[in-house]
Design a protein around this ligand. Sequence first.
Ligand code: HEC
Length: 429
Amino acid sequence: MKLLVALFVFSAALCAADSPAPVTFYRDVAGILQQRCQGCHRAGEVAPMAFDTYTETRPWAKAIKQAVLSRKMPPWYAEGPAGKFHNDPSLSQPEIDKLVAWADTGAAAGNPLDAPPARHFAQGWSIQQPDQVFELPQPYEVPASGTIEYTYVIVPTGFTEDRWVTQAEVRPGNPAVVHHANVYIREPGSGWLREYPAGKMFIPDERKDRAATGGSSSAGASVREQVIVGFVPGRPPKQVPPGYAMLIPAGSDLVFQVHYTTNGKAAADRTRVGFVYAKTPPAKRVIRIQASNARFAIPPGAADYPVSGSAQLQIPCELLDAYPHMHLRGKSMALTAVYPTGEKDELVRVPHYDFNWQLIYEMKQPKILPKGTILRADATFDNSPNNRFNPDSKAEVRWGDQSWEEMMVGFFDLAIPAKADPAAVLAPQ
Ligand code: HEC
């Protein structure tokens, strides 16, 4: 009898070796979803469905297979070898194989005891508990329908001394109606939007403000008005490496810029921003500059219309990250550093730009850019009817804030010595 049992166990083991163990949700899939998908696919986050449990995930097995095979998910648009970017979320081939095998073999649950412990997500904030939170002074009432121009409100910080920020996060009050939101620092010396009182939501007179900033948009083109952090779906909050920080000078105001979209239901929103402050003064200050071009006219129907812009560094800097910004006709963008030797370094290339995914591409390590380096942005636009996002292929398209207008901006987050003047980074235009 003992022998029989032993034989049985032995042959069972052989069988198991012959046919691979079936792929199950709890043992093989749940861990991948936790690490790679639940950042967005969990209750209350930006993705339309949660992958927290087997029951929630099972109906999506085939769609998951499609999405990972086509590399539509997780969203990532920069080309380049694996490991080029710090925040590249792309799945490894074995991870893709597992998700595909799971879908192909009936999407079994397996044994719940095989599941990894649930991943812990911070409630509300994904940065550390903020030292300070600023919010819209009152809820903004979003109507059920119509187009709402970018809406602003000025919130004084009341800071009597400089503040260094190491982590910042914008939380939309109502993600269903907040398409994106930016928080700017308006330094005391800035004249930007001074005609509007603090504490009240307003829609600026674009034409007037544009004239005042010499052709660029109201989007704070000068170093006295810097975006400190923004919210767009899928973009992680801002966290800088140890020893680096962003400065909010004493006496600055915050300017919230919120892009509301209507969705058939009236809603109220009260967007907030949270800051974590540096415990000690940093060695390096992080600023954002742009290589842009606001003087273009994309002809109707043009399928591959090039627009370029550049900016030259007047002091040595470190590059932390970079990203392209265009609207619905944006087709591709390459961001390149041209060193004083003439040597070119492709920083980020997005061959198939998608307006819905304004991701930031973080360098593996801060990249040294010598004085004299030219940062280039080379874009193409598709204003043809073949671009399925094109709101109107018969229009000639120029620079503007709204998504049916266009922008052409390469953004670069640079670190400079903490005491350096950011106004000295770029030559006056
Ligand atoms: C940065 C946020 C984010 C991450 C990370 C993410 N998703 Fe998504 N996902 C979304 C959003 C938003 C949508 C809906 C809009 C869309 O389809 O682009 C979506 C849609 C999907 C869809 C539906 C696709 C379709 O064609 O209808 C599937 C399936 C999916 N995701 C699977 C995954 C899987 C699997 C992972 C992890 C390997 C993942 N996603 C990671 C945000 C994310």
